[in-house]
Write a protein that binds this ligand. Structure first.
Ligand code: GZL
Length: 307
């Protein structure tokens, strides 16, 4: 009989719906909410049957969600790994089950890159570099000492590791700029506020805050104002994401510079999922397009922001 072409895992290709199992980190930030909305809306418009699970920030919940998707024999699995390490075993189970895996948003540190078809997301080192480059330019030609405090993202996550790395590398251009305190605020507004309170109590002269996302920056603004200081003036603030709340604070002069990190990965993810289900070989790395915003640019850009 005819050979026919094998359309990959459990999908006869062509017209029938594919099922995508997606494990999301949680709902820790405005970025995450926008990312979830993008995934859910684009699955619907792509005619993909989405099984969505929220891990509440816990890796063990993501691992069990992936195991459930394998049992349910979904056509494709996608997830945003909350931290970089500890995934090889469950990814091997998916591979042995013949289910292609797509990484979105955050990366894993697995040496065996055959464990996933592709990784679609931002270059976080580049984001950190953009933040540091802006600060270096801000103090060009000056001899002031610049004391920076840093609110890191979730400990062990790719964005926290790489945004710290890119920023630290970039500020080496001016040895007067030093990071005097660095602590995680877990990408959450409330944690950003409480950690900034401790920074303000322990560090007399803070010149700059570098926060790995808008939400922690917004929490820090509350602490700075409660301490009777002017955010954006007494303490310059650089954040990453460019969600609406962050862009509003930027336009209001409370934040000085924002590095954009796009959460709108949904449409590209659905396109990649269909290709993976059809057994196509995917580009190993799909990079998201993103830019930066100054206070002036925020004023004109704000009305265009979708999230
Ligand atoms: C970045 C993403 C980060 C955002 C945070 O792609 O993983 O997680 O920068 C979010 O706002 O919580």
């Amino acid at each position: 009989g005819g050979g026919g072409d094998d359309a990959g895992s459990g999908n006869s290709g062509g017209d029938d719906k594919i099922t995508l199992g997606f494990s999301q980190v949680g709902a820790e930030s405005g970025w995450r909410t926008a990312n979830t909305k993008s995934i859910q809306e684009s699955a619907a418009s792509a005619g993909i049957d989405l099984k969505f699970s929220d891990a509440q920030g816990k890796q063990e919940n993501q691992i069990s969600a992936i195991r459930n998707f394998i049992t349910q024999k979904v056509d494709v699995i996608a997830f945003s790994p909350v931290v970089t390490s500890g995934w090889d075993a469950v990814l091997k189970e998916a591979k042995d089950a013949g289910i292609p895996v797509i990484l979105t948003d955050r990366a894993v540190d697995s040496q065996d890159t055959s464990l996933y078809e592709t990784f679609i997301g931002s270059d976080f080192v580049e984001e950190g570099k953009k933040a540091g480059d802006w600060l270096v330019k801000e103090y060009e030609g000056k001899t002031d000492k610049v004391n920076v405090v840093e609110l890191q993202g979730t400990t062990g996550s790719a964005p926290a590791i790489d945004r710290q790395k890119g920023f630290a590398e970039a500020i080496k251009a001016n040895p007067n700029i030093t990071i005097v305190k660095s602590q995680t605020g877990d990408f959450k507004r409330a944690d950003g506020k409480t950690v900034m309170e401790t920074f303000l109590q322990s560090t007399p002269d803070i010149d700059v805050l570098y926060a790995h996302n808008d939400d922690m920056g917004l929490g820090a603004i509350e602490a700075i104002e409660a301490a009777g200081k002017k955010p954006g003036t007494d303490i310059k603030i650089i954040t990453v994401d460019a969600v609406k709340d962050g862009m509003t604070a930027l336009a209001d002069g409370k934040i000085n510079f924002i590095v954009e990190c796009s959460p709108l990965l949904g449409p590209q993810l659905m396109d990649l999922a269909k290709k993976a289900a059809a057994g196509e070989t995917l580009e190993k790395r799909v990079l998201t397009e993103e830019t930066t915003f100054t206070q002036e640019q925020a004023k004109t850009e704000l009305p265009n922001r979708k999230y």
